[in-house]
Design a protein around this ligand. Structure first.
Ligand code: FAD
Ligand code: SIN
Length: 522
């Protein structure tokens, strides 16, 4: 089966939908999501979206905080561009129906998070992502040019390779002609030909055993792009959120927003001792890399399986009013946050690196854009400042839309692309092979490629991963396609890139901390 569209959008989170809404007046748009349309990391965002709104904040401060958090590895021009464009992108979100919290004077109520020198985080209680996701979905559903297909899995982007040409990382002008999409219910792969394609497939937290990311975040965009010989960068920088709820067995881990620390909550050991001042003068509100490492260290020294976040000194009514989601979640496991400390542990949260893009979200492959968590724009450097991710998605999807609109009439559909070839494959009944390899992969990454690394741990991870890689490629060659085997293959690919780039970085920088190259805390 074949389909032809002007704009193909892989992903229905903030990056995919905000782009779709912008290009939809210029052609037919197809948005694909592998799960339910609203099952995205976007939906679970809590803290909010950072942008300069009122005095005493200003652009210079937001720029400086972003560059400092990024351990000086950010691209300064990209940081400036993103932060200057933020207020306009926020106005668009409001136009699409997002309701940010306001105070009694009608002014936006701004939150504060780690690494921010001012209050600047716009939010909707502790459910900002849900509010954004619903508003974007509603607007998309109303647009006559946008078709959405949930429960469809993008397997590979289509390039000259599928016309039988040899494509290497040195081939000039590798070009994207669309994507092969699996309908898992029918077990059929169909061909979508597109003039412009957008990869907005989100992060890859599920390469770790413990993550705040929903199950859909398996790094598919990075893996598809890498297989197509595109450029990927900075994969060694994996952000661990310092405070996910310690609730063994729960997947994904429930996030306890950093905004709670911005509101006055304090990190303490199980015994009740505040420890963050020993690591950084900003205490519980230091940037995430520092806080996550401090917690990791405290847990190793004490042997405890978690630390605690203390809100018990905060005004009860205000606490519940600002953080109703966290209050309700903790109550559901019998923790009253107004009276008891919340048990927390770090969990894999965000991929800083990804598909290398320029200032218009163009990848190294022609007619292919990438935005959102799957992309590496240069904004975050070696560590992302809290609440800069939703902002980055909006800014780069907007900029991608400008170039895609310019391009769309000039690009011809590549009619001669062949349909997916599944000759010689048989149904794989041994799902246990896939689930077990997924667990092994997650355990390798969590044990050897976590918050603190070493050359020896990375080498061990690399050697272990190679075994799973060989077994999985063998299985893939023989199996009729399934979402599970594709995801495993993609996660192995992403894990390989994380380990390889971590091995190449012979220093401790931002989120990549190695005991072999120690560095004083900033
Ligand atoms: P997602 O929102 O993850 O969407 C990915 C989409 O791609 C989905 O529709 C999925 O179905 C689709 N997809 C993936 N693979 C395929 C495939 N193979 N085929 C078809 N479709 C596919 N950032 C902030 O700035 N502020 C916050 O407060 C904040 N809080 C967060 C809280 C949590 C719990 C988490 C997990 C993240 C948080 N982040 C926050 C980070 C931010 O939410 C994400 O980085 C951002 O939402 C990513 O958006 P996205 O559009 O790139 O991807
Ligand atoms: C949070 O609310 O703590 C998450 C914010 C983010 O990931 O930017």
């Amino acid at each position: 089966m074949r389909k032809k569209v002007d704009f193909l959008v892989l992903g229905s989170g903030i990056a995919g939908l905000s782009y779709a809404l912008k290009v939809a007046d210029y052609g037919k748009v197809l948005v694909i999501a592998k799960g339910k349309l609203d099952e995205t990391a976007t939906r679970y965002a809590q803290g909010g979206i950072a942008a300069v709104t009122y005095n005493p904040d200003n652009f210079e401060k937001h720029i400086r905080d972003t560059i400092d958090a990024g351990d000086k590895l950010s691209d300064d021009d990209i940081v400036k561009m993103t932060i200057y464009e933020a207020p306009e992108r926020i106005r668009e979100l409001v136009h699409w129906g997002v309701r940010f919290d306001r105070n009694t004077d009608g002014l936006y109520e701004l939150g504060r998070e780690g690494g921010h020198s001012e209050k600047r985080v716009l939010h909707h209680k502790d459910r900002t992502g849900f509010e954004i996701q619903q508003a974007l979905l509603n607007a998309s559903r109303m647009h006559p040019n946008i078709e959405v297909a949930e429960g469809h899995f993008s397997v590979d982007i289509i390039t000259q390779h599928h016309l039988g040409m040899k494509v290497t990382r040195r081939t000039p002008e590798v070009t994207c002609y669309g994507a092969y999409i699996l309908n898992p219910e029918q077990r059929k792969v169909y061909t979508v030909l597109a003039r412009c394609t957008m990869l907005a497939t989100g992060g890859a937290g599920n390469i770790y055993s413990s993550t705040t990311n929903p199950l859909i975040n398996t790094g598919d965009g990075v893996a598809m792009l890498y297989r197509a010989k595109g450029a990927v960068e900075k994969m060694e920088f994996v952000q661990f959120h310092p405070t996910s709820l310690y609730n063994p067995g729960e997947t994904p881990s429930f996030l306890i927003t950093e905004a709670l620390r911005g509101f006055g909550a304090i990190l303490r050991s199980k015994k009740g001792e505040a420890f963050m001042e020993n690591y950084d003068k900003r205490g519980s509100l230091a940037p995430r890399d520092i806080v996550a490492r401090a917690i990791d260290n405290e847990m190793k020294i004490s042997g405890d399986d978690h630390v605690c976040l203390d809100c018990t000194h905060l005004n009860k009514n205000e606490l519940i009013n600002h953080f109703p989601g966290i209050y309700a979640k903790c109550m559901s496991i019998n923790i009253d946050i107004t009276k008891e400390m919340i048990p927390v542990v770090p969990a894999a949260h965000y991929m800083v690196g990804g598909i290398r893009v320029d200032e218009y979200a163009r990848t190294s492959i022609q007619n292919l854009f990438a935005s959102g968590e799957t992309a590496s724009t240069g904004l975050h450097g070696a560590n992302r400042l809290a609440s800069n991710s939703l902002l980055e998605s909006l800014v780069f999807s907007h900029r991608a839309s400008l170039k895609a609109i310019e391009k769309v009439r000039k690009v011809k559909l590549k009619e001669e692309i062949p349909d997916w070839d599944d000759k010689g494959t048989t149904l794989n009944e041994e799902m246990v092979l896939i689930t077990q390899s997924t667990k092994e992969l997650q355990s390798i990454m969590s044990n050897y490629v976590g918050i603190v690394r070493s050359d020896l741990r990375l080498k061990r991870a690399f050697d272990r991963l190679r075994i799973i890689y060989n077994e999985t490629e063998d299985l893939y060659e023989k199996s009729v396609l399934s979402v599970e085997i594709c995801e495993l293959r993609n996660m192995i690919n992403v894990a390989y890139l994380v380990i390889k780039m971590a091995m190449q970085r012979k220093e401790s920088r931002g989120l990549h901390y190695s005991i072999d190259y120690p560095k004083e805390n900033r």
